[in-house]
Ligand binder design. Structure first.
Ligand SMILES: Cc1cc2nc3c(=O)[nH]c(=O)nc-3n(C[C@H](O)[C@H](O)[C@H](O)COP(=O)(O)OP(=O)(O)OC[C@H]3O[C@@H](n4cnc5c(N)ncnc54)[C@H](O)[C@@H]3O)c2cc1C
Length: 384
């Protein structure tokens, strides 16, 4: 399984596995049932350097690379899918500032996000702008030394717990994709409010909410990149968070496969272990193959990122496939567990609920297929 991981990556994998098994697993069911956001665990992840893996050392990162991001995220999601969301919420903004921010912004924001002293989030989605990011309505108008931000965002992970947010808004709506800009917004200030969303299907320990900006003043110095670069920056951010999202999917798929193998070796029907039935073996075989294939696709995309080579296509392929794999594996796990899969006494119902997010977030399955097919057909090259 650990194909080609070097010693450094193996050590990182071991650290993430130990953390997940020793510190997350004991309370995972309770946290899920009670919808508890575990800031203490997120801060511990910061202390362990998980959020710094794609951040240079000068900003408190470890710079261990994108493959390590895949490795860490898989280990966390294997135990609790909600923690892979925490990874993306810190890494998305921090890495984006490293790539597009100026030196002052990197020093001001990145170390605090990487260490989880500040909880962060990124806010793209709006009630009428999901896959169609350019349909967003949030506006930022320059008035002297600050922008005035107005609008609302929805489905924002960490909305109600974040200290800072990377917010996308139009500075010049007439220019469409070239009129959007990216801002770091400090959340504890007048003009910013949040509201939790009603209960979700899964990812219960990851808070999700709406954000409202009502004449919120954002200093000019908090513009990330240049005015009009927001759409480009947003796509670059999603290209990275897509990778760790895929890794989360593989982590949950692995949990499904491990639980299924264990149960199929215990449950006896018709005088034999159900694992001895070929129809169960068919599901197990497919789970093993698909999990392996998804992981290798993620390693390829991560390796390309680490080498600084174009990777949009490979990242979309990996994210799309991992989302399909976790949906399939969680479906199989539920079938293999029979009635017990339908019970809250076993974790597979949680895996099933958590699995459904992976075909929606960070660009839906259809959006990934659009990118992949348009590239194949020559209509729009993904790696430009
Ligand atoms: C748990 C969770 C956490 C989230 N966290 C965040 C966050 O932190 N920040 C953030 O900004 N957003 C977040 N989101 C929002 C998420 O990014 C959006 O849900 C996603 O972009 C899809 O948008 P939508 O739900 O509006 O679906 P829609 O865009 O309305 O899509 C509905 C359906 O139509 C399909 N579709 C849409 N366009 C096309 C097309 N061109 N071709 C073919 N099919 C199409 C989609 O694939 C989907 O099947 C989160 C969502 C969830 C569920």
């Amino acid at each position: 399984m650990d194909f080609d991981l070097n010693e450094e990556l193996q050590a990182i994998q071991q650290a993430a596995r130990e953390f997940a098994e020793k510190e997350v697993a004991p309370t995972v069911d309770k946290d899920d049932r009670e919808h508890r956001y575990r800031k203490d665990l997120v801060q511990k992840m910061g202390e362990l350097g998980f959020f710094g893996c794609v951040i240079p050392e000068e900003y408190e990162g470890t710079d261990s690379g994108f493959v390590s991001l895949v490795v860490i995220t898989e280990e966390l999601a294997r135990i609790h899918s909600s923690l892979r969301v925490a990874m993306n919420m810190q890494i998305g903004p921090a890495r984006t500032i490293v790539e597009y921010g100026n030196e002052e912004q990197k020093k001001r924001f990145v170390p605090k996000i990487v260490t989880a002293e500040w909880i962060s989030c990124f806010a793209i989605t709006e009630p009428d702008a999901g896959s169609d990011v350019a349909a967003m309505r949030t506006r930022a108008t320059l008035e002297g030394d600050h922008y005035v931000l107005n609008g609302s965002k929805t489905w924002i992970s960490n909305a109600q717990v974040a200290d800072v947010a990377l917010v996308y808004a139009y500075t010049d709506p007439g220019k469409k994709h070239h009129g959007m800009s990216a801002f770091m917004v400090e959340m504890h200030q007048p003009g910013v409010s949040s509201k939790p969303l009603t209960e979700k299907l899964g990812s219960n320990a990851s808070p999700t909410g709406e954000l409202f900006f009502d004449n919120c003043k954002v200093p000019k110095e908090n513009l990330i990149g240049k005015e009009g670069e927001g759409f480009k920056i947003c796509m670059a951010e999603l290209n990275h968070t897509r990778l760790s999202c895929g890794a989360g999917a593989v982590g949950v798929a692995r949990a499904c496969r491990e639980a299924s193998v264990s149960y199929a070796n215990q449950r006896v029907q018709f005088g034999q272990k159900i694992g001895e039935f070929q129809m169960i073996q068919d599901m197990i075989a497919q789970m093993v193959v698909q999990e392996d294939a998804a992981r290798l696709l993620l390693y390829r995309a991560g390796t390309l990122k680490d080498q600084g080579r174009p990777n949009n296509l490979e990242t979309s392929i990996a994210k799309y496939y991992a989302g399909e794999v976790v949906a399939y594996s969680s479906d199989c796990a539920l079938k293999i567990y029979g009635a017990y899969g339908y019970s809250k006494d076993y974790p597979v119902e949680r895996y099933f609920r958590d699995s459904r997010s992976y075909q929606i977030v960070e660009g839906s399955a259809n959006i990934q297929k659009l990118i992949i097919a348009q590239d194949a057909l020559g209509y729009r090259k993904a790696n430009r």
